[in-house]
Design a protein around this ligand. Structure first.
Ligand code: GRF
Length: 203
C-alpha cells in the first residue's frame, strides 16, 4: 500500500504511521510527505526516515482551486493507494476530495459529529463535557463530516487545560490512526456511497 501523507505541522501522527510501517503493522510504506508549510517539523521526521518530501506553499496560488489542482497532480505523481491527512490545516476543494474519494482519511480531534472545525479541546472544556476524544474518518466534501471509521475517548479532568487535554488525545491519535491505516492496507476497510465498511459490515 502506497501512502502519501499530508501535513502542516509537527507530524507526530505521521511519525506513528512511519513507525507502524517499519514494524510491519501497516502493510505498506509512506512514499511521500507533502506539506503546505516549509517549517513543518514533520518534514524533518520524514527526511530522517528517508522519505521523499515536497513543500507546496499555498501562498504562491491566487485561489484555492488553483492550489488544489497543483496539489492533486503532486499527490498523483506518487501514485498512492491512500492519502492520509495528518494535521494538514487546509480546507480541500470538492474536486480534490472527489478525485480521492474512498482513498483519503483524516484525523480530527473530537468525537465527531461534535466539534467540527478548530479549537476542539477548548470547546469541549467550555461545554463542560466529561468525555472528549478523536475520530478517524474518510474525507468527503463536508468538512470533518465524512463517515467515521474509529474513535477513541478520553476523560476530561477537572484541572484540564486545552493543552493537557490535547496531550491526552494525542496519545490516542497515535494508536488509532496507524490502526485504521493498517485495516486499509489489509483491504478490510472501504467507503461505499457515504458510509464506511469494515470486514464487510457497514459501520
Ligand atoms: C492532531 O491533533 C490531529 O487530530 C489534527 O491535527 C493535529 C496534528 O498533530 N488534525 P501532529 O502534527 O500529527 O502532531
Amino acid at each position: 500500500t502506497r501512502l502519501v501523507v499530508l501535513i502542516s505541522g509537527s507530524g507526530s501522527n505521521l511519525q506513528a504511521i512511519i513507525d507502524a510501517c517499519q514494524s510491519n503493522q501497516i502493510k505498506g510504506e509512506v512514499v511521500a510527505v507533502i506539506s503546505n508549510k516549509e517549517q513543518a517539523y514533520g518534514l524533518t521526521r520524514a527526511a530522517n526516515a528517508g522519505i521523499e518530501t515536497k513543500v507546496l506553499s499555498h501562498k504562491a496560488f491566487a485561489t484555492r482551486e488553483d492550489y488544489d489542482v497543483e496539489l492533486a497532480s503532486l499527490i498523483d505523481s506518487f501514485n498512492p493507494d491512500l492519502v492520509v491527512l495528518a494535521g494538514f490545516m487546509r480546507i480541500l476543494t470538492p474536486s480534490l476530495v472527489q478525485k480521492f474519494k474512498g482513498k483519503m482519511l483524516n484525523i480530527h480531534p473530537s468525537l465527531l459529529p461534535k466539534y467540527q472545525g478548530l479549537n476542539t479541546h477548548q470547546r469541549a472544556i467550555d461545554a463542560k463535557d466529561d468525555v472528549h476524544g478523536v475520530s478517524v474518518h474518510f474525507v468527503t466534501e463536508e468538512l470533518d463530516g465524512g463517515p467515521v471509521v474509529l474513535q477513541a475517548k478520553v476523560p476530561i479532568l477537572a484541572d484540564d487545560t486545552a493543552q493537557t487535554l490535547a496531550q491526552r488525545v494525542h496519545e490516542q491519535e497515535h494508536i488509532i490512526y496507524p490502526l485504521v491505516v493498517q485495516w486499509f492496507s489489509e483491504h478490510r476497510l472501504t467507503m461505499e456511497a457515504d458510509y464506511a465498511v469494515f470486514d464487510n459490515q457497514p459501520l
